[in-house]
Design a protein around this ligand. Structure first.
Ligand code: ASP
Length: 417
């Protein structure tokens, strides 16, 4: 890791910690203009949103441009196909494992037992994303690529970019001008990412301070166990599953990997958005982990869109939590259904804050649990969202590293440096 990156990492960490402390102090201030208007919805909001939007501004062009480049540079269509199948298979398998871990934890820890329901206001949910799987599949093909970009529909943008990239590589010499143009655009977008990242420590401060100044601990106490259970699940997944995969498939030290990938995890933690983290993940994969752009530019945006292991862990724990709160016994059939739906839900979950809690209603519905349960979880979801998003994007990078290694394209010298 270069000196500059190191100092950015430490600055982001300082932003996190100072934001947390400031947030807690502000949370204890009396309600009023200073607390609500000047700090929470003024300063913190401004700093956080400028950073967040700065990154979001880059996401659509970045995903499109880097994926066109990636697909074009892989060139060999068969190879993209093989990497594609492997990547999707890997993503879905790790997600299913994540749900199983979460269900085991939910069963043993019993986070919902002992919760005083009357103490919590049940918010009615109006969300009903009962999209059939077939529809999720065919809607990956954009009927209008411009609308897909305007609407930030990641799966559709990915499909269109892969088509464009393959088209360019099939055109060969005739497309030389366009290939050069896309490569120059890629340099530009990476430059823009570095420019926005200079603002990361302050942005992270604003986002974290706002979250902690808003969420009161009194309201959190009954749900503490739920939050802790999710975090235990996230850690188990991070250490055992990802650690095992890294060691087993690449021989890399998980500790070194995490150290290098920490800036991306901090951005994911503070933004709670996989999409927003894509630029940072990509940069670290290429510059720190020794993964070629041709692979990372395909697997990282795809992972940010369809691979949500952290979200699946939250959904597994949340399902048990809701079942316990409402006194429902989970049967074997229900458990299997949760594994299937939570895995599929992860494909449809957008990499934006809070999306996983919305998709949770699809999981609850599939096993007939009351949707009101979501109301219990929504208020504190941001705290869980931050952690699960960090795991979501780490899963993408771990998979990318494994695939690069299997393709014989992992720069081990750089990865181990
Ligand atoms: N915030 C998560 C992400 O962007 C999705 C979720 O809400 O679980 O990865």
């Amino acid at each position: 890791m270069s000196k500059r990156d190191m100092s950015l990492t430490s600055k982001v960490l300082v932003g996190l910690i100072v934001g947390l402390i400031t947030g807690i102090i502000v949370f204890n201030l009396p309600k009023g203009v200073l607390k609500d208007d000047i700090l929470i919805n003024g300063l913190f909001q401004l700093l956080g949103q400028v950073f967040l939007r700065g990154i979001m501004m880059l996401v659509v062009p970045l995903v499109f441009i880097s994926l066109v480049n990636g697909a074009a540079s892989i060139g060999d269509v068969k190879k993209l196909g093989r990497i594609g199948v492997k990547t999707v298979g890997f993503y879905l398998t790790t997600t299913a494992v994540a749900v199983v871990i979460a269900l085991l934890l939910g069963f043993f820890v019993k986070p919902g037992i002992g919760l005083d329901m009357s103490a919590i206001e049940v918010v009615e949910t109006t969300v009903n994303p009962k999209t059939p799987l077939v529809q999720i599949l065919y809607e990956m093909v954009p009927s209008n690529p411009i609308a897909a970009m305007a609407g930030g529909n990641m799966l559709q943008i990915i499909v269109f970019a892969i088509f464009t990239g393959i088209g360019l590589s099939l055109l060969g010499d005739k497309a030389e001008f366009l290939l050069n143009l896309f490569s120059a655009l890629n340099d530009l977008i990476m430059k823009l990412v570095s420019m926005v990242m200079i603002f990361a420590p302050i942005g992270v401060f604003g986002l974290i301070a706002k979250t902690f100044a808003t969420v009161g601990y009194a309201a959190m106490i009954p749900l503490m166990k739920y939050i802790l259970t999710v975090y235990v699940g996230l850690f188990i997944h991070l250490i055992l599953v990802y650690g095992g995969l890294l060691k087993g498939f690449t021989g890399l030290s998980p500790a070194r990997f995490y150290k290098k990938f920490l800036p991306a995890m901090s951005v994911a933690f503070s933004t709670a958005s996989s999409n927003a983290t894509v630029p940072v993940s990509l940069e670290l994969c290429e510059k720190e982990l020794g993964i070629p752009k041709s692979i990372a530019s395909f697997t990282i945006p795809l992972g940010a869109t369809i691979n949500m292991d952290g979200t699946a862990i939250m959904q597994g724990v949340a399902t048990f939590f809701v079942a316990q709160v409402y006194g429902v016994d989970m049967t074997m059939g229900m458990l299997l259904t949760v594994i299937l739906t939570a895995t599929l839900a992860s494909i449809g979950t957008a990499g934006v804050p809070g999306a996983g809690a919305i998709m949770l209603s699809m999981v609850l519905q599939s096993v007939g649990l009351p949707l009101e349960g979501i109301g219990l979880i929504m208020g504190i979801d941001r705290l869980v969202d931050m952690g699960r998003t960090a795991v979501n994007i780490t899963g993408d990078a771990v998979c990318t590293t494994v695939i690069a290694k299997q393709e014989g394209e992992l720069n081990m010298e750089l990865a181990e440096s």
